[in-house]
Design a protein around this ligand. Structure first.
Ligand SMILES: *Cc1c(COP(=O)(O)O)cnc(C)c1O
Length: 225
């Protein structure tokens, strides 16, 4: 990796951080990136690194010891939960009772409480992960008594569009759910983080109330194969 490319990453990070509203947290979506690339992003101010795969995160954590937070942003398989709860500071992709129970079980063993977001399938796409908007209340009710989980908000991907403006309704749906749940004042459930928006859509997501955005391409450039 040449110094010019790393410099470009640093510049991208600085530019985006300068233009984000102060209350919006930036998660660097680091899938396929090398430790060098991630370190360059951290040098420029990244404080949260997001991973889609447990194995990849495990590998990079061995070489990166900067004090950043690590978020799981990809679909989490139950057989990876044991590793995941050791690696991550937040799991953004809880979408079923079974997954939540497994996270709780593994966290209990470690005497650790895991902050989690509920992933919403806001586009109601049949091939996508996330809980359907109409089922989110039932899910929260079934998992909010799990002692070693702390529900702190919602996350959504939304359908991918060429024109990011088309993603707006899905961000609106998710924000409405977020507010609805907040109003209910469910014990132990806090609606603090709303994670939505990626490289091509984060400005629209922020418009619609996101306070956490997950950006990959715009920080690191086109993805490595
Ligand atoms: C890859 C990824 C992102 C970032 O996507 P870009 O378009 O590269 O910014 C955000 N969220 C999740 C869950 C991802 O997998």
């Amino acid at each position: 990796m040449d110094e010019l490319a790393l410099d470009a990453i640093r510049k991208n990070v600085t530019g985006i951080l300068q233009n984000l509203p102060p209350e919006v947290m930036l998660v660097a979506a680091a899938k396929t990136r090398t430790a060098e690339e991630v370190k360059a992003a951290i040098q420029a101010g990244i404080q949260i690194v997001g991973y889609n795969y447990v194995q990849e995160a495990e590998h990079l954590r061995q070489t990166i010891d900067e004090p950043v937070k690590w978020h799981m942003i990809g679909h989490l398989q139950r057989n990876k939960v044991k590793k995941a709860v050791q690696l991550f500071d937040m799991i953004e992709t809880i979408d079923s009772v079974r997954l939540a129970k497994e996270v709780n079980k593994q966290c209990t063993k470690l005497e650790k409480t895991m902050p989690v977001l509920i992933e919403i399938n806001s586009g109601k796409e049949s091939n996508k992960t996330g809980v359907l908007p109409e089922n989110v209340m039932a899910l929260i009710q079934q998992i909010n008594n799990l002692s070693n989980l702390q529900i702190l908000g919602l996350m959504t991907m939304g359908p991918r569009f060429g024109n990011p403006e088309d993603a707006r309704p899905y961000f609106k749906t998710t924000k409405a759910l977020f507010e609805q749940i907040k109003k209910l004042e469910i014990p132990r459930v806090e609606m603090r983080y709303l994670s939505m928006g990626m490289s091509n859509s984060y400005q629209i997501a922020i418009d619609e109330g996101a306070n956490m955005v997950r950006i990959g391409t715009k920080l690191f450039g086109t993805r490595n194969p």
